[in-house]
Design a protein around this ligand. Structure first.
Ligand code: PGA
Length: 252
């Protein structure tokens, strides 16, 4: 596991975009996360696209998750969110931006189909991840099987509360999602997990330095062959081995 500590969220975004840019000539399959953390990285990538530095033509994308019960048209569906935040502004073909169907009648079937679609596409080359304050990645809440595949999950009440800010007052916040499993995420060839702000510091410390445990689902990344964790100073605030991470980054 590689831990890169940057000054602030803007520097995290540049660093993440630099790594993604390296993949671009291979027309990679991108694993995309929604949530607020990766938005700055997406903006950085959009700028690079607009300046002619990179093109996403020929790339494919798979989202991590989708709320259950929200149709594609819903403004807070992740289908819409990723288009608004990123893919509509670049030259990836819209039909190549995939997400689980949270509005399906048969959710188990929709989840299995999504898992199969990722596999048929040859898997994810570079997966972008955020992390929840409780250590979740995707919507794999604490207690998730470390080898889980795409499936329906109930959100943690804290996650429902964290996400309420995106929904209109009085509107019901979804309590379930279809999410790639931890086993699905672990198959990605390269993983970039981004975390910014002091609120994420305990989760980052548990991910990198705690035991591998379903209690902190992100800790499964300790088993990944090539996971890069990019954090700002605030999110690095509870790391014990920080001197080594800085030394290793300076001596890569
Ligand atoms: P955030 O969410 O990027 O909005 O903080 C991350 C997550 O909950 O996975």
């Amino acid at each position: 596991m590689e831990l890169l500590i940057e000054k602030d969220s803007a520097a995290v975004a540049v660093r993440a975009a630099d790594i993604i840019t390296e993949f671009i000539p291979e027309q990679p399959t991108l694993g995309l996360a929604t949530g607020s953390t990766p938005v700055e990285t997406y903006r950085e990538l959009i700028q690079r696209y607009e300046s002619g530095e990179i093109s996403f033509a020929g790339c494919r994308a798979f989202l991590l998750d989708e709320y259950v019960g929200l149709p594609h048209e819903h403004v807070q569906s992740y289908y819409q969110t990723i288009r608004r935040d990123f893919t509509r502004a670049i030259d990836i073909a819209d039909e190549d931006v995939h997400s689980p169907n949270g509005a399906a009648d048969d959710l188990a079937r929709a989840a299995a189909d999504y898992e199969a679609a990722i596999e048929e596409a040859g898997g994810v080359d570079v997966q972008i991840l955020g992390i929840g304050t409780n250590g979740h990645i995707g919507f794999n809440e604490p207690g998730s099987s470390l080898s889980s595949l795409t499936r329906k999950k109930a959100l943690h009440p804290q996650t429902v509360q964290d996400n309420a800010r995106f929904f209109a007052e009085g509107e019901e916040v979804p309590r379930q999602a279809i999410t790639q499993g931890l086993g699905t995420i672990m198959r990605a060839r390269r993983i970039l997990l981004l975390a910014t702000g002091a609120k994420k510091a305990p989760a980052v410390a548990a991910l990198a330095e705690g035991p591998v445990s379903a209690f902190c689902p992100a800790s499964v990344l300790q088993w990944h062959r090539y996971a890069t964790i990019i954090v700002d100073e605030a999110a690095a605030g509870e790391l014990k081995n920080i001197e080594y991470y800085r030394f290793a980054a300076a001596n890569r």
